[in-house]
Design a protein around this ligand. Structure first.
Ligand code: ADP
Length: 653
């Protein structure tokens, strides 16, 4: 069921845009993901139909027993449904009795076997589909652009990957099962009732159209509520995820009550939206049961009176045997529950549809980066990198964050990017790693446009050490070897030594086997950074990208690391962003960025002679002058004001 049709979806669902574009999510779920499990689902369906058909047998046999064995009707006439030739039927009442007993017992045993098969089939199907959907969604998601992640909250994506995926299971297992039961029971019982006594069948089945209309109304009402529930689950998750991630800040800012209130708010919203859905549901099911019950009461009333008086009451004609009456009572009783479950099935279907829509919405997300699966691998020879009139903005229609940037780096050279915060230094490097694609111009590595080579080969040839060194939960060793999974201990230690990390690692309680805690919280910022550098050393990439790789370490350690970085960068094309200019003064080329443009370029010596922004920044850092000249400060202030205007404008949106 698609998300269109004027339904009142919750406006602020973060996946609204994706969801709206999904066509028939349930069909896709069943046909795309269900296909590999066609065998188990077919077994499940057939077994379910047979099991339910057997459930219908006892009432019929009972009717036969009452009328032919205990009453005086002819046995052979009572069992046209039992497809035995008349000659095979026993003649004595006692033998007939035993035949019925055997048939009832047999139907129970066979029923158990079918129920077992049905359970196996549906469970194998639902678990398999669920597993495949979860892994496929994750696979797809981790390939999305950074832009997507910048605009979504982790908790929301977690909620799709866990809650929404789990939601499918209920429908694929219980829902499909109840649906088959419902169909078999309704079709089977309707057929049997009409066959036994068409007039009384009309009475018993009178409430069915009413149930259908009532359920339709229910579905229309509950559908938007479920979509709202699913999206508020995502919001609760995001809040919790955010707060747990920022627990340090919460504690140190003493904002526990404030955060408790915020959690209370989102949880209340979830409660409210969920309660609306629950309220509808708890009104619906008892009403449905009452309507179904009316059918039962009517059948008992009319049928009972009929048997009692021996002739049809009112417009009814003919006779009603006691056995047939009993079978009617049993069947109407058997019909009540599947009827009441009709709503449940629709209910499960709706929930699963809301979830599938979010799942497929995520899967269909097209990034801004165009992927060419057939692309050739990047072949790094000298390691020459060219930026050719590169322009880029995070928002397509927004101002350029990078404007007409051109420079060449020869293989093996080191190029440093310096400039004020927000100048676009990191962005220049993100474009090289192809976390984003350039809007204008091109970036080439040894003559190959980064957009025309396979992403994996591009990223394989680059080593990146960023400002925040993210460590995974695991040991120090695992974190160093991350991405170079077949490295042995010796190589890992050598890399750690090169990154000046070996010493502190040895002093950790379990050395290389020490667990670093979630995100590496058990290490200091500087230690994490050295682990990240060791990771890059071990990867031994053709091109090294250091985005303030030593910002978190003290000056002493920085000097030590600098030595190892010098070794690392010696014959390797290196891009380095640094605030402490002393760390990059030996670079072959220094680019000074301001407002997304290169404003100065040259070697340290040339730039000092130039007496521009770089020379003054150097002067301040070296302690030669106290602060930047007024001209630079004013420029910085103007820039700051510009960014603030941008941010305000964004807020107004
Ligand atoms: P630098 O590394 O020089 O400090 P950045 O390249 O990180 O600068 O940022 C350049 C500009 O781009 C800044 O104005 C920043 O606010 C903006 N920016 C950075 N990342 C994003 C993003 N993911 N989405 C939108 N704008 C961004």
């Amino acid at each position: 069921m698609s998300g269109s049709g004027g339904v009142d979806w919750d406006d602020d669902d973060p996946f609204e845009e994706q969801r709206d574009q999904v066509e028939s999510p349930m069909r896709r779920l069943l046909f795309e993901y269900g296909r590999p499990y066609w065998f188990s689902v077919t077994v499940g369906l057939i077994a379910s139909v047979l099991a339910r058909a057997l459930d219908l047998l006892p009432a019929l046999l009972l009717a036969v027993a009452i009328d032919a064995i205990f009453g005086d009707a002819a046995f052979a006439e009572q069992v046209p449904l039992v497809v035995l030739p008349e000659a095979w039927l026993p003649a004595t009442q006692e033998a007939q009795f035993w035949l019925v007993v055997a048939a009832i017992a047999g139907s129970f045993v066979l029923g158990a076997v079918f129920h077992w098969l049905r359970n196996w089939g549906f469970n194998a199907f639902s678990q398999g589909v669920q597993h495949d959907v979860r892994t496929a969604t994750y696979d797809k998601m981790q390939r999305l652009d950074m832009e997507f992640f910048a605009n979504k909250q982790t908790g929301e994506m977690m909620s799709v990957l866990s809650n929404d995926v789990n939601q499918l299971e209920r429908f694929l297992n219980e829902g499909m099962n109840s649906a088959t039961r419902l169909i078999v029971m309704v079709v089977g019982i309707t057929f049997l009732l009409f066959w036994l006594n068409p007039q009384l069948a009309l009475v018993s089945l009178a409430p069915v159209p009413l149930i259908a209309i009532f359920t339709y109304v229910f579905v229309k009402k509950i559908q938007p509520k479920y979509a709202a529930v699913r999206s508020s689950v995502g919001k609760v998750n995001s809040r919790l995820e955010n707060n747990l991630g920022g627990i340090n800040v919460i504690k140190s800012s003493n904002t526990e009550p404030y955060e408790s209130d915020r959690v209370e708010d989102v949880s209340r919203k979830y409660y409210d939206t969920n309660w609306e859905a629950i309220w509808l549901r708890i009104k619906f099911f008892p009403t449905l049961q009452v309507i179904s019950g009316v059918g039962f009461v009517l059948t008992f009333l009319v049928g009972g009176y009929w048997v009692f008086t021996g002739s049809g009451p009112g417009p009814f004609t003919g006779t009603l045997e006691t056995g047939v009456f009993v079978a009617f009572i049993m069947y109407t009783q058997q019909l009540v529950w599947p009827m009441a479950q009709f709503g449940q099935v629709i209910n499960m279907y709706q929930r699963a549809a809301a979830s599938s829509e979010r799942i497929f919405g995520l899967m269909d997300e097209e990034g801004r980066i165009e992927r060419d699966e057939e692309a050739e691998d990047l072949e790094v020879r000298a390691g020459r990198v060219e930026y050719d009139h590169v322009g880029f903005g995070y928002d397509t229609d927004d101002d350029r964050v990078i404007d007409d940037v051109s420079f060449d780096v020869e293989g093996g050279e080191t190029v440093a990017l310096v400039g004020p915060t927000g100048a676009g230094k990191s962005t220049v490097l993100k474009l090289l790693l192809r976390l984003y694609d350039v809007d204008e111009g091109s970036i080439r590595v040894d003559g190959q446009d980064v957009r025309e080579v396979s992403l994996s080969s591009l990223r394989r040839s680059m080593g990146y050490v960023g400002q925040e060194s993210f460590l995974f939960y695991g040991t120090v060793e695992e974190n160093i070897a991350y991405g170079s999974f077949d490295a042995d201990r010796e190589e890992i230690v050598a890399a750690a030594k090169a990154a000046e990390a070996h010493e502190f690692i040895q002093n950790l309680p379990d050395g290389y086997d020490t667990m670093v805690g979630e995100r590496g919280v058990k290490l200091s910022g500087g230690q994490r950074q050295r682990v990240a550098i060791a990771r890059a050393v071990l990867k031994d990439p053709d091109i090294l990208v250091l985005d303030e790789a030593t910002s978190d370490v003290d000056t002493e350690t920085e000097m030590l690391i600098q030595r190892s970085i010098d070794d690392l960068t010696e014959n390797r094309t290196t891009f380095a962003i640094a605030h402490r200019l002393s760390t990059i003064k030996d670079a072959d080329q220094i680019l000074v960025l301001e407002g997304g443009e290169i404003v100065e370029r040259g070697t340290h010596g040339e730039l000092l002679a130039n007496d521009g922004l770089y020379a003054h920044l150097w002067g301040v850092q070296a302690g030669e002058i106290d602060e930047l000249p007024q001209e630079f400060i004013e420029r910085a202030q103007r820039r700051q004001a510009r960014t603030e205007v941008d941010v305000d404008a964004d807020d107004d949106d």
